[in-house]
Write a protein that binds this ligand. Sequence first.
Ligand SMILES: Nc1ncnc2c1ncn2[C@@H]1O[C@H](COP(=O)(O)OP(=O)(O)OP(=O)(O)O)[C@@H](O)[C@H]1O
Ligand SMILES: CC(C)(CO)[C@@H](O)C(=O)NCCC(=O)O
Ligand SMILES: [K+]
Length: 248
Amino acid sequence: MILELDCGNSFIKWRVINATEGAVVAGGIVDSDQALVAAVATLPEAPRRCRLVSVRSEEETASLSARLAQHFALDVVVAQPAREVSGVRNGYDDYQRLGLDRWLAVLGGFHLARGACLVMDFGTAAKADFVTADGEHLGGFICPGMPLMRSQLRTHTRRIRYDDASAERALSSLAPGRSTVEAVERGCVHMLQGFVRSQLEHAHGLWGENFTVLLTGGDALLVQQAAPQARVVPDLVFVGLAMACPLD
Ligand SMILES: Nc1ncnc2c1ncn2[C@@H]1O[C@H](COP(=O)(O)OP(=O)(O)OP(=O)(O)O)[C@@H](O)[C@H]1O
Ligand SMILES: CC(C)(CO)[C@@H](O)C(=O)NCCC(=O)O
Ligand SMILES: [K+]
């Protein structure tokens, strides 16, 4: 059994795969290192190895690795920046500065698309990355995702206040809002969908019709209607993680 972790800015996505077939046997989302340890401790069979990607600080990542090694005697492999992996060339001027979650989504995206692709990830931040048919990463864009947009509005205004349950209900439609919660939640979704459409336009300009669109991240489904041709791949970062950190 292999434990795989995607340590984002807000959540840790985890899953356990069978070392031989790669079948997913367990998984979840947690909001702290402790919650992760608790979740892994309840598994019927302890994983032997672990690979992870983190966009957190070196210290936070090292402390999580140490905790896992201590509790479960796991060998932890941490994804590292690279200039090139599996025929994909990192497009940043300084390849070490490209967020590793983006890099792995790019690797996974190119592997699945087998050609030019636009990879978009909707988490705490929203990201778009472009890869040509011959594996050249052209770079990409970063902007606030749904959680950051809504919290900026809530934090910097006096009269925008609502709870999570009403936020969820507000997203049953994208019509003009008739309450604060609807106006804000739907407004932010329109921002993200506008982002998606402009990335699609950019990709059309580069490649005409010859490209694949991949969507991932916790909020991918909120933008799906803006990219009806897109393939939604919730575990895209894990696809890239296996490529960047092969175990034996
Ligand atoms: N089961 C879930 N648990 C937590 N968040 C979820 C879940 N399903 C959807 N979401 C949404 O996903 C978003 C977080 O996405 P994700 O987990 O991809 O972010 P992250 O990895 O922390 O951020 P980033 O990738 O930008 O570092 C939140 O807006 C949240 O509402
Ligand atoms: C943009 C985020 C925060 C998204 O998780 C992450 O990919 C990151 O920390 N990137 C480093 C900056 C960059 O990619 O240019
Ligand atoms: K992420």
